[in-house]
Design a protein around this ligand. Structure first.
Ligand SMILES: Cc1cc2nc3c(=O)[nH]c(=O)nc-3n(C[C@H](O)[C@H](O)[C@H](O)COP(=O)(O)OP(=O)(O)OC[C@H]3O[C@@H](n4cnc5c(N)ncnc54)[C@H](O)[C@@H]3O)c2cc1C
Length: 410
Protein backbone atom coordinates (compact mmCIF):
# COMPACT_ATOMS: atom_id res chain seq x y z
CA UNK A 1 0.00 0.00 0.00
CA UNK A 2 1.52 3.29 -0.97
CA UNK A 3 1.20 6.48 1.07
CA UNK A 4 -0.19 4.43 3.92
CA UNK A 5 -2.51 6.29 6.23
CA UNK A 6 -1.14 6.38 9.73
CA UNK A 7 -4.06 5.84 12.05
CA UNK A 8 -6.93 3.41 11.57
CA UNK A 9 -9.63 3.51 14.22
CA UNK A 10 -12.35 0.96 14.88
CA UNK A 11 -15.32 2.06 16.99
CA UNK A 12 -17.10 -0.91 18.55
CA UNK A 13 -15.35 -3.66 20.45
CA UNK A 14 -17.62 -6.52 19.45
CA UNK A 15 -16.91 -9.43 17.14
CA UNK A 16 -16.86 -7.36 13.94
CA UNK A 17 -14.48 -4.78 15.42
CA UNK A 18 -12.14 -7.38 16.93
CA UNK A 19 -11.94 -9.43 13.74
CA UNK A 20 -11.32 -6.29 11.71
CA UNK A 21 -8.41 -5.34 13.97
CA UNK A 22 -6.98 -8.86 13.69
CA UNK A 23 -7.23 -8.77 9.90
CA UNK A 24 -5.63 -5.35 9.56
CA UNK A 25 -2.51 -6.63 11.27
CA UNK A 26 -2.61 -9.93 9.38
CA UNK A 27 -2.75 -8.04 6.11
CA UNK A 28 0.28 -6.05 7.06
CA UNK A 29 -1.11 -2.73 8.25
CA UNK A 30 1.70 -1.30 10.35
CA UNK A 31 0.30 2.10 11.28
CA UNK A 32 -1.39 3.02 14.52
CA UNK A 33 -4.45 0.87 15.19
CA UNK A 34 -6.98 1.76 17.88
CA UNK A 35 -9.98 -0.41 18.80
CA UNK A 36 -12.47 1.42 20.99
CA UNK A 37 -15.30 -0.19 22.93
CA UNK A 38 -17.58 1.20 25.59
CA UNK A 39 -17.90 -2.08 27.50
CA UNK A 40 -15.52 -2.94 30.33
CA UNK A 41 -14.68 -6.32 28.78
CA UNK A 42 -12.39 -6.92 25.85
CA UNK A 43 -14.31 -8.12 22.76
CA UNK A 44 -16.38 -11.24 23.28
CA UNK A 45 -18.91 -13.31 21.40
CA UNK A 46 -22.57 -13.03 22.30
CA UNK A 47 -24.13 -16.38 21.25
CA UNK A 48 -23.21 -18.20 24.52
CA UNK A 49 -24.92 -15.45 26.53
CA UNK A 50 -28.35 -16.94 25.85
CA UNK A 51 -27.09 -20.53 25.96
CA UNK A 52 -24.36 -22.22 28.02
CA UNK A 53 -23.08 -19.06 29.70
CA UNK A 54 -26.61 -18.09 30.77
CA UNK A 55 -27.17 -21.55 32.18
CA UNK A 56 -23.92 -21.43 34.11
CA UNK A 57 -22.52 -24.43 32.24
CA UNK A 58 -19.32 -22.49 31.69
CA UNK A 59 -17.83 -19.70 33.73
CA UNK A 60 -15.45 -18.74 30.95
CA UNK A 61 -16.33 -15.51 29.25
CA UNK A 62 -16.47 -16.11 25.50
CA UNK A 63 -13.69 -13.71 24.53
CA UNK A 64 -12.82 -13.39 20.86
CA UNK A 65 -9.09 -13.30 21.62
CA UNK A 66 -6.76 -14.09 24.48
CA UNK A 67 -5.76 -11.41 26.94
CA UNK A 68 -2.40 -10.64 25.33
CA UNK A 69 -3.59 -10.74 21.76
CA UNK A 70 -4.05 -7.00 21.31
CA UNK A 71 -0.85 -5.84 22.99
CA UNK A 72 1.16 -8.45 21.11
CA UNK A 73 -0.04 -6.98 17.83
CA UNK A 74 0.21 -3.38 18.91
CA UNK A 75 -3.52 -2.95 18.74
CA UNK A 76 -4.46 -0.23 21.21
CA UNK A 77 -7.55 -1.60 22.88
CA UNK A 78 -9.50 1.10 24.70
CA UNK A 79 -12.23 -0.42 26.85
CA UNK A 80 -14.88 1.51 28.82
CA UNK A 81 -14.35 4.27 26.27
CA UNK A 82 -17.36 5.74 24.54
CA UNK A 83 -17.08 7.67 21.32
CA UNK A 84 -19.50 10.57 21.43
CA UNK A 85 -18.95 12.17 18.05
CA UNK A 86 -17.34 11.85 14.64
CA UNK A 87 -16.14 14.85 12.69
CA UNK A 88 -15.87 13.17 9.29
CA UNK A 89 -14.63 16.35 7.61
CA UNK A 90 -11.64 16.64 9.92
CA UNK A 91 -11.16 12.93 10.43
CA UNK A 92 -11.51 13.19 14.19
CA UNK A 93 -13.39 11.38 16.93
CA UNK A 94 -14.61 12.78 20.22
CA UNK A 95 -14.73 10.57 23.26
CA UNK A 96 -16.27 10.94 26.69
CA UNK A 97 -14.03 13.05 28.90
CA UNK A 98 -13.41 15.43 25.99
CA UNK A 99 -10.67 13.26 24.51
CA UNK A 100 -10.05 13.51 20.79
CA UNK A 101 -8.48 11.13 18.33
CA UNK A 102 -7.65 11.73 14.67
CA UNK A 103 -8.02 8.97 12.10
CA UNK A 104 -7.18 8.33 8.49
CA UNK A 105 -9.66 5.48 8.07
CA UNK A 106 -12.54 4.68 10.36
CA UNK A 107 -14.60 1.54 10.85
CA UNK A 108 -17.91 1.84 12.66
CA UNK A 109 -18.82 -1.54 14.19
CA UNK A 110 -21.17 -0.23 16.84
CA UNK A 111 -23.56 -3.18 16.67
CA UNK A 112 -27.15 -3.07 17.86
CA UNK A 113 -29.09 -2.69 21.07
CA UNK A 114 -32.26 -4.34 22.35
CA UNK A 115 -35.51 -2.67 21.41
CA UNK A 116 -37.28 -1.54 24.57
CA UNK A 117 -40.85 -2.38 25.41
CA UNK A 118 -42.72 0.86 25.90
CA UNK A 119 -45.66 0.00 28.15
CA UNK A 120 -46.79 1.14 31.60
CA UNK A 121 -44.54 -0.31 34.30
CA UNK A 122 -41.63 -0.89 31.89
CA UNK A 123 -39.19 0.72 34.33
CA UNK A 124 -39.90 -1.72 37.18
CA UNK A 125 -37.00 -3.73 38.56
CA UNK A 126 -37.13 -7.33 37.35
CA UNK A 127 -37.72 -6.46 33.70
CA UNK A 128 -34.55 -7.50 31.95
CA UNK A 129 -32.93 -7.35 28.51
CA UNK A 130 -30.07 -9.41 27.10
CA UNK A 131 -27.14 -8.07 25.11
CA UNK A 132 -24.03 -8.08 27.28
CA UNK A 133 -22.17 -10.45 29.58
CA UNK A 134 -23.43 -8.39 32.53
CA UNK A 135 -27.04 -8.75 31.28
CA UNK A 136 -26.58 -12.50 30.98
CA UNK A 137 -25.22 -12.73 34.53
CA UNK A 138 -28.08 -10.60 35.85
CA UNK A 139 -30.65 -12.86 34.19
CA UNK A 140 -28.85 -16.03 35.29
CA UNK A 141 -29.18 -14.95 38.93
CA UNK A 142 -32.97 -15.09 38.52
CA UNK A 143 -33.09 -18.58 37.05
CA UNK A 144 -34.07 -20.73 39.99
CA UNK A 145 -35.88 -24.03 39.87
CA UNK A 146 -39.63 -23.51 40.11
CA UNK A 147 -39.55 -19.77 39.61
CA UNK A 148 -41.97 -18.30 37.04
CA UNK A 149 -40.18 -16.46 34.24
CA UNK A 150 -42.03 -14.53 31.57
CA UNK A 151 -40.26 -14.19 28.23
CA UNK A 152 -41.62 -11.48 25.97
CA UNK A 153 -40.96 -12.25 22.31
CA UNK A 154 -40.18 -15.58 20.70
CA UNK A 155 -37.62 -14.63 18.10
CA UNK A 156 -34.14 -16.18 18.36
CA UNK A 157 -33.15 -14.45 21.58
CA UNK A 158 -36.52 -14.97 23.28
CA UNK A 159 -36.69 -18.62 22.22
CA UNK A 160 -33.18 -19.34 23.47
CA UNK A 161 -33.74 -17.54 26.78
CA UNK A 162 -36.97 -19.49 27.28
CA UNK A 163 -35.18 -22.77 26.54
CA UNK A 164 -32.36 -21.92 28.94
CA UNK A 165 -34.79 -20.89 31.69
CA UNK A 166 -36.69 -24.13 31.24
CA UNK A 167 -33.48 -26.16 31.28
CA UNK A 168 -32.72 -24.50 34.62
CA UNK A 169 -36.08 -25.70 35.92
CA UNK A 170 -38.02 -22.44 35.75
CA UNK A 171 -41.70 -22.30 34.86
CA UNK A 172 -41.74 -20.34 31.61
CA UNK A 173 -44.46 -18.37 29.89
CA UNK A 174 -43.72 -16.93 26.47
CA UNK A 175 -45.71 -14.01 25.17
CA UNK A 176 -45.68 -13.56 21.39
CA UNK A 177 -47.41 -11.17 19.03
CA UNK A 178 -47.37 -13.68 16.15
CA UNK A 179 -49.08 -17.06 16.14
CA UNK A 180 -45.92 -19.13 16.41
CA UNK A 181 -42.36 -18.77 17.65
CA UNK A 182 -39.82 -17.62 15.06
CA UNK A 183 -42.62 -17.21 12.56
CA UNK A 184 -41.36 -13.98 11.03
CA UNK A 185 -38.23 -15.64 9.63
CA UNK A 186 -39.23 -19.27 9.37
CA UNK A 187 -42.90 -19.06 8.53
CA UNK A 188 -45.69 -21.30 9.85
CA UNK A 189 -44.30 -24.70 8.78
CA UNK A 190 -41.08 -24.55 10.78
CA UNK A 191 -42.52 -22.14 13.38
CA UNK A 192 -44.95 -24.94 14.32
CA UNK A 193 -42.03 -27.34 14.81
CA UNK A 194 -40.43 -24.89 17.23
CA UNK A 195 -43.72 -24.43 19.07
CA UNK A 196 -43.91 -28.22 19.50
CA UNK A 197 -40.30 -28.32 20.71
CA UNK A 198 -41.04 -25.69 23.37
CA UNK A 199 -44.36 -27.26 24.38
CA UNK A 200 -42.70 -30.67 24.70
CA UNK A 201 -40.43 -29.05 27.24
CA UNK A 202 -43.33 -27.61 29.18
CA UNK A 203 -43.37 -24.01 28.04
CA UNK A 204 -46.62 -22.10 28.22
CA UNK A 205 -46.95 -20.21 24.94
CA UNK A 206 -49.35 -17.27 24.69
CA UNK A 207 -49.74 -16.36 21.00
CA UNK A 208 -51.17 -13.29 19.27
CA UNK A 209 -50.84 -11.06 22.27
CA UNK A 210 -48.45 -8.69 23.94
CA UNK A 211 -47.80 -7.05 27.27
CA UNK A 212 -50.48 -4.54 28.19
CA UNK A 213 -48.64 -3.46 31.31
CA UNK A 214 -46.25 -4.55 34.03
CA UNK A 215 -47.44 -4.13 37.61
CA UNK A 216 -45.73 -4.04 40.96
CA UNK A 217 -44.65 -1.84 43.85
CA UNK A 218 -41.15 -0.78 42.81
CA UNK A 219 -40.38 -4.13 41.31
CA UNK A 220 -42.26 -6.49 39.02
CA UNK A 221 -45.06 -8.56 40.54
CA UNK A 222 -47.43 -9.20 37.64
CA UNK A 223 -47.57 -9.12 33.85
CA UNK A 224 -50.88 -8.30 32.25
CA UNK A 225 -51.32 -9.27 28.60
CA UNK A 226 -53.44 -7.39 26.09
CA UNK A 227 -56.00 -10.20 26.02
CA UNK A 228 -56.40 -10.17 29.77
CA UNK A 229 -54.09 -12.91 31.07
CA UNK A 230 -52.48 -12.09 34.39
CA UNK A 231 -49.20 -13.79 35.20
CA UNK A 232 -47.73 -13.56 38.70
CA UNK A 233 -43.97 -13.22 38.32
CA UNK A 234 -41.06 -11.15 39.51
CA UNK A 235 -38.95 -11.61 36.40
CA UNK A 236 -39.62 -10.86 32.75
CA UNK A 237 -37.00 -11.00 30.04
CA UNK A 238 -37.78 -9.00 26.93
CA UNK A 239 -36.44 -10.10 23.55
CA UNK A 240 -38.32 -8.16 20.91
CA UNK A 241 -35.54 -7.42 18.49
CA UNK A 242 -32.69 -4.98 18.21
CA UNK A 243 -32.06 -1.62 16.60
CA UNK A 244 -28.76 -0.72 14.96
CA UNK A 245 -26.63 1.77 16.86
CA UNK A 246 -26.49 4.51 14.23
CA UNK A 247 -26.43 7.64 16.38
CA UNK A 248 -22.75 8.40 15.73
CA UNK A 249 -23.05 7.80 12.00
CA UNK A 250 -26.20 9.86 11.77
CA UNK A 251 -24.70 12.81 13.63
CA UNK A 252 -21.61 12.58 11.42
CA UNK A 253 -23.75 12.99 8.31
CA UNK A 254 -23.37 9.46 6.96
CA UNK A 255 -26.33 8.06 5.04
CA UNK A 256 -28.35 5.96 7.44
CA UNK A 257 -31.43 3.88 6.78
CA UNK A 258 -32.07 0.80 8.90
CA UNK A 259 -28.33 0.84 9.68
CA UNK A 260 -25.38 2.59 8.12
CA UNK A 261 -25.71 2.41 4.35
CA UNK A 262 -22.57 0.92 2.83
CA UNK A 263 -21.66 -0.43 -0.59
CA UNK A 264 -20.39 -3.95 -1.30
CA UNK A 265 -16.95 -2.76 -0.15
CA UNK A 266 -18.61 -1.82 3.16
CA UNK A 267 -17.72 1.83 2.63
CA UNK A 268 -20.26 4.41 3.73
CA UNK A 269 -21.45 7.52 1.92
CA UNK A 270 -18.40 9.28 3.40
CA UNK A 271 -15.19 7.99 1.77
CA UNK A 272 -12.76 6.47 4.25
CA UNK A 273 -15.51 5.59 6.74
CA UNK A 274 -16.64 1.95 6.73
CA UNK A 275 -19.21 -0.10 8.65
CA UNK A 276 -19.53 -3.81 9.46
CA UNK A 277 -21.60 -6.19 11.56
CA UNK A 278 -25.08 -5.63 12.97
CA UNK A 279 -24.94 -1.90 12.25
CA UNK A 280 -24.18 -2.17 8.52
CA UNK A 281 -26.89 -2.14 5.90
CA UNK A 282 -24.73 -3.31 3.02
CA UNK A 283 -25.35 -3.64 -0.68
CA UNK A 284 -25.30 -7.38 -1.31
CA UNK A 285 -24.14 -8.23 -4.83
CA UNK A 286 -25.84 -11.66 -4.88
CA UNK A 287 -29.23 -10.33 -3.82
CA UNK A 288 -28.78 -7.00 -5.63
CA UNK A 289 -30.24 -5.16 -2.68
CA UNK A 290 -29.19 -3.93 0.71
CA UNK A 291 -29.18 -6.34 3.62
CA UNK A 292 -28.62 -5.74 7.31
CA UNK A 293 -27.82 -9.04 8.98
CA UNK A 294 -27.93 -9.37 12.78
CA UNK A 295 -26.00 -12.59 13.12
CA UNK A 296 -22.70 -13.86 14.41
CA UNK A 297 -21.31 -15.09 11.07
CA UNK A 298 -21.96 -11.74 9.47
CA UNK A 299 -19.91 -9.94 12.14
CA UNK A 300 -17.25 -12.63 11.87
CA UNK A 301 -16.87 -12.23 8.11
CA UNK A 302 -17.75 -8.60 7.53
CA UNK A 303 -15.17 -7.31 10.03
CA UNK A 304 -12.28 -8.82 8.04
CA UNK A 305 -13.84 -7.77 4.73
CA UNK A 306 -14.10 -4.17 5.94
CA UNK A 307 -10.48 -4.32 7.11
CA UNK A 308 -9.35 -5.36 3.64
CA UNK A 309 -11.43 -2.62 2.07
CA UNK A 310 -9.83 -0.10 4.46
CA UNK A 311 -6.48 -1.22 3.08
CA UNK A 312 -7.65 -0.57 -0.46
CA UNK A 313 -7.91 -4.25 -1.40
CA UNK A 314 -10.71 -5.30 -3.77
CA UNK A 315 -13.70 -6.41 -1.68
CA UNK A 316 -17.18 -7.47 -2.64
CA UNK A 317 -18.94 -8.89 0.40
CA UNK A 318 -21.41 -11.48 -0.87
CA UNK A 319 -21.62 -14.17 1.84
CA UNK A 320 -24.98 -15.93 1.97
CA UNK A 321 -26.48 -14.98 5.37
CA UNK A 322 -26.02 -17.74 7.92
CA UNK A 323 -26.95 -18.24 11.54
CA UNK A 324 -27.35 -20.95 14.11
CA UNK A 325 -29.43 -21.54 17.22
CA UNK A 326 -29.48 -24.09 20.03
CA UNK A 327 -32.62 -24.75 22.03
CA UNK A 328 -32.76 -27.75 24.37
CA UNK A 329 -31.39 -30.74 22.41
CA UNK A 330 -32.26 -29.03 19.14
CA UNK A 331 -29.43 -27.45 17.19
CA UNK A 332 -29.93 -25.86 13.85
CA UNK A 333 -28.25 -23.82 11.15
CA UNK A 334 -30.04 -21.60 8.66
CA UNK A 335 -28.68 -20.15 5.46
CA UNK A 336 -30.25 -17.82 2.96
CA UNK A 337 -32.54 -14.88 2.75
CA UNK A 338 -36.20 -15.55 2.12
CA UNK A 339 -38.53 -12.59 2.53
CA UNK A 340 -41.11 -14.65 0.64
CA UNK A 341 -41.44 -18.17 -0.71
CA UNK A 342 -43.89 -20.48 -2.48
CA UNK A 343 -43.37 -23.72 -0.60
CA UNK A 344 -41.29 -25.44 2.07
CA UNK A 345 -39.89 -28.89 1.24
CA UNK A 346 -38.69 -31.22 3.99
CA UNK A 347 -36.05 -33.93 3.74
CA UNK A 348 -35.46 -36.36 6.60
CA UNK A 349 -37.23 -37.10 9.84
CA UNK A 350 -39.38 -34.11 10.78
CA UNK A 351 -41.13 -35.83 13.70
CA UNK A 352 -37.75 -36.97 15.04
CA UNK A 353 -36.39 -33.43 14.53
CA UNK A 354 -33.58 -34.50 12.25
CA UNK A 355 -34.28 -32.89 8.94
CA UNK A 356 -33.51 -30.22 6.40
CA UNK A 357 -36.16 -27.69 5.38
CA UNK A 358 -35.82 -25.86 2.08
CA UNK A 359 -37.65 -22.67 1.22
CA UNK A 360 -38.44 -22.47 -2.50
CA UNK A 361 -39.33 -19.43 -4.56
CA UNK A 362 -40.10 -19.89 -8.24
CA UNK A 363 -38.70 -23.41 -8.07
CA UNK A 364 -35.33 -22.35 -6.64
CA UNK A 365 -33.98 -22.85 -3.15
CA UNK A 366 -33.72 -19.47 -1.41
CA UNK A 367 -33.09 -20.71 2.14
CA UNK A 368 -32.41 -23.91 4.03
CA UNK A 369 -32.45 -24.99 7.65
CA UNK A 370 -30.78 -28.12 8.94
CA UNK A 371 -31.99 -29.28 12.34
CA UNK A 372 -29.83 -31.87 14.12
CA UNK A 373 -28.33 -32.80 10.74
CA UNK A 374 -24.77 -31.62 10.36
CA UNK A 375 -22.16 -30.88 7.71
CA UNK A 376 -24.72 -29.93 5.09
CA UNK A 377 -24.99 -26.18 5.46
CA UNK A 378 -22.23 -25.36 3.03
CA UNK A 379 -23.95 -27.47 0.41
CA UNK A 380 -27.21 -25.68 1.14
CA UNK A 381 -25.45 -22.39 0.53
CA UNK A 382 -24.08 -23.74 -2.76
CA UNK A 383 -27.58 -24.73 -3.75
CA UNK A 384 -28.83 -21.23 -3.03
CA UNK A 385 -25.93 -19.70 -4.93
CA UNK A 386 -26.47 -21.95 -7.93
CA UNK A 387 -29.97 -20.52 -8.49
CA UNK A 388 -30.71 -23.83 -10.22
CA UNK A 389 -34.37 -24.78 -10.54
CA UNK A 390 -34.83 -27.90 -8.43
CA UNK A 391 -37.28 -30.74 -8.48
CA UNK A 392 -39.14 -30.75 -5.15
CA UNK A 393 -39.35 -34.56 -5.11
CA UNK A 394 -35.60 -34.93 -5.51
CA UNK A 395 -35.05 -32.23 -2.93
CA UNK A 396 -37.14 -34.24 -0.46
CA UNK A 397 -35.27 -37.46 -1.26
CA UNK A 398 -32.37 -37.96 1.15
CA UNK A 399 -30.75 -40.34 -1.35
CA UNK A 400 -30.14 -37.49 -3.78
CA UNK A 401 -26.96 -35.61 -2.88
CA UNK A 402 -27.35 -31.88 -2.36
CA UNK A 403 -24.31 -31.19 -4.51
CA UNK A 404 -26.03 -33.09 -7.29
CA UNK A 405 -29.02 -30.76 -7.01
CA UNK A 406 -26.85 -27.68 -7.18
CA UNK A 407 -25.70 -29.11 -10.49
CA UNK A 408 -22.87 -26.67 -10.93
CA UNK A 409 -19.25 -26.53 -10.01
CA UNK A 410 -18.12 -23.06 -9.20
C1 LIG B 1 -27.65 -13.06 23.65
C2 LIG B 1 -27.32 -13.14 22.21
C3 LIG B 1 -27.26 -14.39 21.58
C4 LIG B 1 -26.95 -14.49 20.24
N1 LIG B 1 -26.94 -15.72 19.64
C5 LIG B 1 -26.66 -15.85 18.33
C6 LIG B 1 -26.64 -17.11 17.70
O1 LIG B 1 -26.88 -18.13 18.33
N2 LIG B 1 -26.35 -17.17 16.38
C7 LIG B 1 -26.08 -16.06 15.64
O2 LIG B 1 -25.83 -16.17 14.44
N3 LIG B 1 -26.10 -14.82 16.21
C8 LIG B 1 -26.37 -14.69 17.53
N4 LIG B 1 -26.40 -13.44 18.12
C9 LIG B 1 -26.13 -12.25 17.30
C10 LIG B 1 -24.65 -11.90 17.27
O3 LIG B 1 -24.09 -12.01 18.55
C11 LIG B 1 -24.48 -10.48 16.74
O4 LIG B 1 -24.86 -10.49 15.39
C12 LIG B 1 -23.06 -9.97 16.87
O5 LIG B 1 -22.74 -9.81 18.23
C13 LIG B 1 -22.86 -8.64 16.15
O6 LIG B 1 -21.55 -8.23 16.36
P1 LIG B 1 -21.12 -6.69 16.15
O7 LIG B 1 -19.64 -6.67 16.41
O8 LIG B 1 -21.64 -6.21 14.87
O9 LIG B 1 -21.90 -5.87 17.26
P2 LIG B 1 -21.92 -5.96 18.84
O10 LIG B 1 -21.67 -7.35 19.29
O11 LIG B 1 -23.20 -5.31 19.27
O12 LIG B 1 -20.69 -5.06 19.29
C14 LIG B 1 -20.69 -3.68 19.16
C15 LIG B 1 -19.93 -3.08 20.30
O13 LIG B 1 -19.76 -1.68 20.08
C16 LIG B 1 -19.96 -0.98 21.28
N5 LIG B 1 -20.30 0.41 20.99
C17 LIG B 1 -21.45 0.87 20.43
N6 LIG B 1 -21.42 2.21 20.32
C18 LIG B 1 -20.22 2.62 20.81
C19 LIG B 1 -19.60 3.89 20.98
N7 LIG B 1 -20.21 5.01 20.63
N8 LIG B 1 -18.36 3.94 21.53
C20 LIG B 1 -17.71 2.79 21.89
N9 LIG B 1 -18.26 1.56 21.75
C21 LIG B 1 -19.50 1.48 21.22
C22 LIG B 1 -21.08 -1.77 21.94
O14 LIG B 1 -21.18 -1.53 23.32
C23 LIG B 1 -20.64 -3.20 21.64
O15 LIG B 1 -19.74 -3.65 22.61
C24 LIG B 1 -26.71 -13.31 19.47
C25 LIG B 1 -26.78 -12.06 20.11
C26 LIG B 1 -27.08 -11.97 21.45
C27 LIG B 1 -27.16 -10.62 22.11
Amino acid sequence: MSAQPQTFVIVGGGLAGAKAAETLREEGFDGRLVLIGDEAERPYERPPLSKEYLRGETAEKPYVHGEDFYAEREIELWTSARVTGVDAGRGELRLEGDRRLGYDRLLLATGAEPRRLDVPGAELAGILYLRTVADSERIAERFERGRRVVVVGSGWIGAEIAASARMKGCEVTMIEMATLPLERVLGPEVGQIYLDVHRDHGIEFLPETTVERFEGEGSLERVLTRDGALIETDVAVVGIGVTPRVQLAEAAGLRVENGILVDERLESSVPGVFAAGDVANAHHPFYERRLRVEHWANALNQGPAAARAMLGEPVSYDEIPYFFSDQYETGMEYAGFAPEWDEVVFRGDVAGREFIAFWLAEGRVVAGLNMNVWDVNEEIRELIRSRQPVDAKRLADADVGLEELAGVTR
